[in-house]
Design a protein. Structure first.
Length: 137
């Protein structure tokens, strides 16, 4: 999730922006959530409240400083995903299941023969999709 200063569009008959709806759904499904906040000029009030909620989110990854450039964003994404993959290895050693973020939690990420792979969509989280493309559902 990439945040700036605007809260975003709120669909008809909804209380939250698309971004916040996606966050709430991922949280409900217990999917990994990565949040990156780019520096903005003037942060909207609703966005400030959403950011505050994300900062308080216990299982989130929103603990770093505000990002100033695309290069810094790239470094943070690589760093956070590397830490996430390391955590997957450690948790698989003790048998904890981690739901796959790419197939909306339907598959379980596991480590077999040093490959981190989803049981449903078949994505290898180190090398990428099997045979260079995503597996059809």
């Amino acid at each position: 999730m990439l945040l700036r200063d605007r809260y975003g569009w709120i669909p008809n008959n909804e209380k939250y922006s698309i971004t916040e709806l996606e966050f709430r759904e991922a949280k409900k499904l217990k999917l990994p959530i990565f949040v990156f906040r780019m520096r903005g000029e003037k942060v909207e009030l609703k966005q400030k409240k959403f950011i505050k909620m994300l900062e308080d989110f216990y299982r989130g990854y929103f603990r770093g400083k505000v990002i100033d450039s695309p290069d810094e964003l790239k470094e943070r994404i690589i760093h956070d995903i590397s830490n996430f993959l390391t955590r997957i290895f450690k948790q698989n050693v003790i048998g904890e299941e981690i739901k796959c973020p790419l197939c909306h939690g339907e598959g379980i990420i596991s480590v077999k023969n040093k490959i981190i792979m989803c049981s449903k969509c078949g994505i290898d989280f180190v090398s990428g999709p099997i045979d260079g493309k995503e597996k059809d559902e």
